[in-house]
Design a protein around this ligand. Structure first.
Ligand code: AVJ
Length: 318
């Protein structure tokens, strides 16, 4: 890897920490970026569009589980909690539970801060009696809860199988952190995508009209903005597949030809066909995820699934 100074360096908009994190991943022997960089404002909108796709079954399947079993969940959980929504996005999933769960406080957390602010402003008008405390931050490495949250019974809400972005080892550490922050009377309501026929999985992450491809490619625009890099999006193509050994979907961006990308005082050459690994989405069996929760210190679990056993919603308690 060479280091040169570009003649017209573009301005970098990311913080020093973000620039260092992305640079290290792009300069690694196998280039990689964290999936959190998929979510700028356009990325969050493209993800919303993914959730409408016929191939992308997780959102629909999870919503059906909430529709069928939401009352039972609310019964188990109880009303008046502080609902901490991790990766809240447009807040639609939590909002659909408000009538049953009747939380006293709603704490949506999302890295895509502007998108979150817009969502919460709209939601507060629909539910004026629920105290809303949005947190625009990256929670993947843990985060501190404001005092107003700590004073109440806490329910962490982590739907959509976003836990799949962590490796199983990272997931245990992350869930362990939630368990510690939940307190003795708190809990976790989590959505988990289950292992299934690989054709179903492959189609869900490589849809016919290319929305997931656009979602993946948009990461390069976002990284250009954060680093002041000169990725040409047209040089890259979306590649996603189920890896049965690792039990995960892998998303990559593959160089269509040999390209050199420059930012700040760095450059990285990519051979034709070389890839940037942009996302993992781990799939679990019901048993393997319950065992993961137990390793993270959650003792009691209640599991709801759909009729195909494609997706599970689990309420875990200390
Ligand atoms: C938001 C992480 C749950 O893994 O299914 C969708 C992201 N990536 N299509 C998933 C995603 C490509 C999604 N999660």
């Amino acid at each position: 890897m060479q280091t040169t100074r570009p003649e017209h360096p573009a301005r970098a908009h990311g913080s020093a920490a973000v620039i260092a994190e992305i640079s290290a991943g792009l300069l690694a022997p196998t280039a990689h970026t964290s999936p959190k960089f998929l979510y700028d404002s356009l990325g969050s909108r493209l993800f919303e569009a993914i959730c409408e796709l016929p191939e992308y079954y997780p959102t629909r399947t999870e919503a059906a589980i909430f529709a069928a079993h939401g009352a039972a969940m609310a019964q188990d959980i109880g009303t008046g909690v502080s609902l901490i929504d991790l990766g809240a996005g447009n807040c639609a999933k939590a909002a659909s539970l408000f009538p049953l769960l009747q939380p006293a406080q709603y704490v949506p957390v999302d890295i895509s801060r502007d998108f979150l602010t817009e969502s919460v402003t709209r939601l507060q008008q629909r539910f004026p009696h629920i105290e809303m405390t949005p947190l625009g931050l990256d929670f993947s490495g843990g985060f501190a809860l404001p005092d107003s949250v700590r004073s109440r019974r806490r329910l962490f809400f982590y739907p959509g199988s976003s836990i799949g972005n962590f490796s199983p080892e990272q997931a245990i550490a992350f869930l362990h952190g939630l368990r510690a922050n939940a307190g003795d009377d708190g809990g976790l309501l989590i959505g988990v995508d289950l292992v299934k026929d690989s054709a179903v999985l492959d189609a869900a992450y490589d849809d016919a009209i290319g929305v997931t491809a656009a979602f993946n490619l948009n990461m390069l625009r976002h990284v250009n903005h954060l680093l002041g890099a000169d990725f040409n999006v047209r040089d890259w193509q979306h590649h996603a597949f189920f890896n049965p050994h690792e039990k995960r979907i892998e998303m990559h961006l593959e160089a269509r030809s040999a390209v050199t990308v420059r930012w700040q005082n760095h450059e990285r050459h990519f051979a034709s066909g070389e890839r940037i690994h942009t996302e993992d989405s781990y799939k679990y069996t019901r048993q393997s995820f319950v065992s993961l929760l137990e390793q993270a210190g959650f003792a009691t679990n209640r599991v709801w699934t759909d009729e195909n056993n494609w997706f599970a919603v689990i309420y875990a308690r200390v």
